[in-house]
Design a protein around this ligand. Structure first.
Ligand SMILES: Nc1ncnc2c1ncn2[C@@H]1O[C@H](COP(=O)(O)OP(=O)(O)O)[C@@H](O)[C@H]1O
Ligand SMILES: [Mg+2]
Length: 243
């Protein structure tokens, strides 16, 4: 897999599935649109589908499509969608399909050419196999985008965040920032946990916190975006800042 020209945008990964990647990716797209930029979401591989508006589609794909300012089809946002809600390479095998990494990179490049900013939502955590040969970290590497890590605030997240940050660095990628997302509002010592994340991710990676999302009654893109740090995002995604 190789990349023709640098893409302006980011690769959103998470400490785990359900960390809040889709919510944050949609919020980033919304924020970019509010800056007057053409924004496009990309969900390279999506496992699990629902019937939405009478069509079978993955919920993440639909959410990113709706948050994009560029008019895109579901298939453009999510070229590899599978019905079974399980690990992607297993979901693909169930449908006797193979996830083509080179095609994904070409697809991302084509989307990026139609937008000012491309927001790529990863799949599950950072190192999820997509075939017998390669994984989501390889995809992030091929796209060479700065990585945003969504930390789902729950017990164990400090370890998950630091392991993920280490993996990102080992792939030669830049951990451009992280977002703290409140997945467990009853978490004990959430403030001290945040302070530890802030200290460690700054000390080890100089990665800024790009936002702290509270538990929201309805985590719509605009509401989540209101909790992101606009100045930090402008530095990361603005016109002069490419990967
Ligand atoms: N801050 C939040 N407040 C309320 N609900 C949230 C919040 N963050 C995530 N959710 C909900 O939690 C679930 C998982 O979030 P999602 O963004 O889909 O995670 P991921 O993309 O990492 O799997 C979704 O139902 C989402 O709406
Ligand atoms: Mg998601």
């Amino acid at each position: 897999m190789s990349r023709a020209t640098p893409i302006r945008g980011c690769f959103v990964t998470g400490t785990d599935t359900d960390a809040g990647k889709t919510c944050v990716s949609a919020a980033l797209l919304h924020w970019c649109t509010a800056q007057g930029w053409r924004s496009a979401g990309f969900k390279p591989v999506a496992a699990g589908s629902q019937i939405i508006d009478g069509q079978r589609v993955n919920g993440d794909v639909r959410a990113l499509r709706q948050a994009s300012s560029v008019a895109l089809s579901d298939a453009e946002v999510g070229p590899f969608q599978f019905e079974a809600a399980c690990a992607p390479h297993i979901a693909a095998a169930l449908e006797k399909r193979v996830i083509d990494g080179a095609a994904l990179v070409r697809h991302a490049q084509a989307l990026a050419e139609r937008a000012d900013v491309l927001v790529v939502e990863g799949v599950g955590g950072f190192c999820v196999p997509l075939s017998a040969q390669w994984d989501t970290a390889d995809l992030a590497q091929a796209l060479a985008l700065p990585v945003i890590l969504v930390v789902g605030l729950r017990l164990g997240c400090i370890n998950h965040a630091l392991l993920t940050a280490e993996a990102i660095q080992r792939r030669g990628l830049r951990l451009a920032g992280w977002v703290a997302n409140t997945v467990d509002p009853a978490m004990m010592q959430a403030g001290a946990t945040l302070a530890t994340l802030q200290h460690e991710l700054t000390r080890r990676y100089r990665a800024p916190c790009l936002g702290r999302i509270p538990r929201l009654a309805a985590p719509e893109a605009a509401l989540v975006a209101a909790h992101l740090d606009g100045a930090a995002l402008a530095a990361l995604l603005g016109p002069r800042q490419t990967a």
